[in-house]
Design a protein around this ligand. Sequence first.
Ligand code: ADP
Ligand code: MG
Length: 600
Amino acid sequence: MVGRGIRDEPWVFALSVVGSALYGIGTAGSGWLLGRVTDSVLAPAFTTGTLEAGQLAWAVVQLAAVAVFTAIGVVLRRAAAGITMYRLQARYRRLVTRQYLRLPLAWHHRHPAGELLSTANADVEATWQVFAPLPMSLGVAVMLVVGVVAMVAADPVLALIGLAVLPALMAVNTVFQRYMSPRVMRAQALRGEVSAVAHESFDGALTVKALGREAAETERFATVSGRLREANIAAGRTRGLFDPIIEGLPTLGTLAVLVAGALRVRAGAAGTGDVVQVAYLLTLISWPVRSLGWVLGELPRTVVGWRRTNGVLQAGGAMTHGDGEPSGTGPATVEARGVHYAYLAPAREGAGPDEHLPVLHDVRLDVAAGSTVALVGPTGSGKSTLASVLVRLVDPQDGQVVLDGLDVRTLRAGAVASSVALVAQNAFIFEDTVRDNVTLGAPVPDSEVWRALEAAAVAEVVRALPEGLDARLGERGTSLSGGQRQRVALARALVRRPRLLVLDDATSAVDPRVEAAILSGLREGIGSVTVIVIAYRMATIALADEVVYVEHGRVLGRGSHEDLMARLPGYRALVTAYARDAADRARIRADEAGSPGRAS
Ligand code: ADP
Ligand code: MG
């Protein structure tokens, strides 16, 4: 992973290592210089009692020059290391989010949104965090070499005494890593869990509040965040235990050098400058060793972060495309040939083989160009699943979906999306203007937007907004009623002038009268189009040329409404129950006439 990062940003990374090497050379040089200045300026001053101004000034100039050199190294290293790290984070965030959008819906079914959020954010960040201390520890390897050589040159005996702490320092570092790794890994994994729980409870805020589950949700969140706290504290405790030892060892070495050095100076075996130089260099070279410790300290987080990031980047199952082009400009024909579809159970780390939940069984269906087909069936019978197979949000495990006579898998990428529009059961509204919610950024003239809004019977509502098309709809369209949201989503589909329109219960929250107006006016709004409409209402069914009845993921029959009423008891029961229910509601509404109610 480190190799990959370096390959991605070779030049900036090299610059940061060079900066770090300059820093290392400068620092070691300053130790050497300090030794020389001690010998030539300070020590004579103690013996003669006079200090020569010229000599002192020259020493100051030399020290200042080395300091500037070192400072340039520091700036270069820090800036370049920061740029490397942030560039890598940005690059992999983009890669991960692009991959999210590329992965098919089937993958998304198995990965909760909170997890995606955590990988794109915390995991990517953790992965490249190691690039902050890495240049330092690589660059200061130079410092280690230069420092050791300078120490040995100054006084081999003192150098040996001082360097004796290094093996101890490395040993302590190794033990530190061994204790630290599992704690840091756990904390990083928990960070993802906290994000997932938080996302879910904010997403479900309405439900949570409506059912008075605030306390339980707070508790659920408190539990995971409490676990994260414990994991972080455990890591901090380990760090707190080892840090003083790692800090203290070099100081012990320096003390030993000073004591031994004083004895050697008294015996005449070493000069004062040599002792100063060795003591100083020793404090310096403990730095590279420590920075290596920081890199090793980051690695566990990096490993966890990278494992997840890479898991997303390597995720297979992306849809395959050919280079076919759907023929024709008029309404499309669509056909399901022996389609089998099964959902996979949510992905769990370390779980056994994937569990399949079969939903569609050998579904055969062909829809003629320009016709309207009503898809009817009890909830859970697989209608929405069939809709997402037909518009190729997912590929069936077995069988074929054929658009305009071509297997959708042979069509070029984007071809299906440009011919087909699905209006889903739950309309998603972006926190954006009405215009952008309809066009989704496509260059569409306002007149077309109005036409689509008109056809979706929502133009009146938009006209009533003070800012019209520029009015911003709140997050998920909370400023609209359910029926209005559905109609904006419908306008979004219509403005694209699809050749096949799939309405998945897309007008369920709309008044039946408005729904009938929408469906009968559809063709005027966008010209001729093939329509598959998933519906329960008699009024909707009545508008269809043909009805297809689905139960338990199988097509049980197709034909006219009357035909199915006569032939299929399941169909009869479903439709009449729904009609009776609707009639009841209509009666209740009539009884309450005059009492204020919200328009659809
Ligand atoms: P319908 O639209 O007819 O009400 P669906 O197509 O939504 O039915 O669902 C059909 C079946 O597939 C249901 O039993 C449902 O539990 C299951 N199902 C739907 N979505 C998923 C999913 N993402 N993961 C697993 N099972 C699912
Ligand atoms: Mg459904």
